[in-house]
Design a protein. Structure first.
Length: 185
């Protein structure tokens, strides 16, 4: 019985450590069917594999990633969630990219370390945008879903209060908490 309680405590504690934190990326290279992202924070690499049948066209990948993310619209928020029963913000990004056989880290703080940082003026559909909603570090992520003719940016993400939704970066809440944007494809 004590073993069961100990195991349950470990599992719950690990869930609290796996969500939505930040650093710069030093390099990105593509070799054959692999993409390798190298983080300067932990001096480690994450290999991102593409399916052998995948088209190397980024727009096609982006459309499939967005289609996956938007297929979960209305799904409730669930801390640590990565299934249709519930997602947290980084879980939605993780699952959406994984659908295209693109493996990303699970936590938003780790996701923020990969890819190429870009200015908000250069954001394109499919880029990741990161926010500080907790007061001290990156704690939220979304996928750019559209850029309107007036330059306003919409993104799909999992909100703690509304689940998977599309929001506008023009909303004051998001505008004041924006930290950075990253391009992976």
């Amino acid at each position: 019985m004590k073993k069961h309680i100990y195991l349950t405590t470990i599992i719950i504690a690990s869930l609290f450590l796996t969500s939505c934190g930040s650093s710069k990326v030093t390099s990105y290279k593509k070799t054959g069917s692999k993409k390798v992202y190298t983080s300067s924070k932990k001096n480690e690499s994450t290999e991102v594999f593409r399916s052998k049948n995948a088209d190397d066209s980024a727009p096609r990948d982006i459309n499939k990633i967005l289609k996956t993310a938007k297929s979960y619209l209305g799904t409730p928020y669930k801390y640590g969630g990565v299934t249709k029963t519930g997602f947290d913000c980084s879980g939605l990004v993780y699952v959406s990219f994984k659908e295209m056989n693109l493996e990303l880290p699970r936590r938003s703080s780790d996701q923020a370390e990969y890819g190429k940082e870009i200015t908000i003026e250069n954001v394109k559909i499919g880029d990741l945008i990161f926010f500080n909603t907790s007061g001290n570090s990156i704690s939220h992520v979304g996928i750019v879903e559209s850029i309107n003719h007036d330059g306003s940016i919409s993104f799909v993400h999992s909100s703690t209060s509304k689940g998977v939704i599309i929001s506008s970066l023009d909303e004051n809440y998001w505008k004041t908490r924006f930290v950075k944007a990253v391009r992976l494809l």
